[in-house]
Design a protein. Structure first.
Length: 193
């Protein structure tokens, strides 16, 4: 397990967190990694996020339903990217060491991450834009609602074999109902090894 310094979407303070993967920095794929904790009651958040194994109990989106329009734009990026192969795979997993819920995503390139989550407006699908200011406001509103979301930046590179070894581990955890949901499964036809 790797310890990495993190940035916070809200206060922008640095803090180290434990990563559940160890990227080899070989590429061509890239990692987007988020650690989520609750600012006021993290024990409840962490313990109840995966109630009954893999069933989401304390869902972040449900707790922030007042941010629906931003959630819709956010989720459309993932729907589109899963369909076109930009997103190789994505999991939500309980991180026992950090006492966080981690979102781990493997993308085809670092440039795609910059395009979707960088410091500019994001073209979601030709007729729908998620502005830079709206994304920043979304992150601040999540923080103000009580969610401490930390991210690994710059996005580390990861080789295909390393990424797939991690994926197989998470699939096993999901099958064992060990606090893991495969949100976007790997599609071999879109991202062959």
């Amino acid at each position: 397990m790797l310890t990495v310094p993190q940035r916070n979407f809200g206060e922008q303070d640095d803090r180290s967190m434990f990563s559940l993967i160890e990227p080899d920095n070989e590429g061509p794929w890239a990692v987007r990694y988020l650690w989520i904790q609750h600012l006021e009651d993290n024990n409840n958040f962490y313990q109840n996020y995966f109630s009954q194994g893999n069933q989401q109990g304390y869902n972040v989106r449900k707790q922030t339903s007042h941010l629906k329009s931003d959630w819709d734009r956010h989720n459309q990026i993932f729907f589109n990217s899963a369909e076109n192969g930009d997103l190789v795979w994505r999991v939500k997993i309980a991180n026992k060491t950090s006492q966080s819920i981690d979102y781990i995503e493997i993308w085809r390139t670092r440039e795609l991450l910059d395009r979707y989550f960088g410091d500019q407006d994001t073209d979601i699908n030709n007729d729908r834009i998620w502005t830079r200011d709206s994304r920043k406001s979304f992150a601040k509103n999540l923080y103000d609602t009580g969610f401490d979301i930390r991210y690994w930046f710059p996005y580390p590179l990861i080789g295909k074999k390393c990424a797939m070894n991690a994926y197989k581990h998470f699939v096993d955890r999901s099958k064992n109902r060990d606090g893991c949901i495969i949100n976007t499964p790997w599609k071999r036809e879109l991202n062959p090894l």
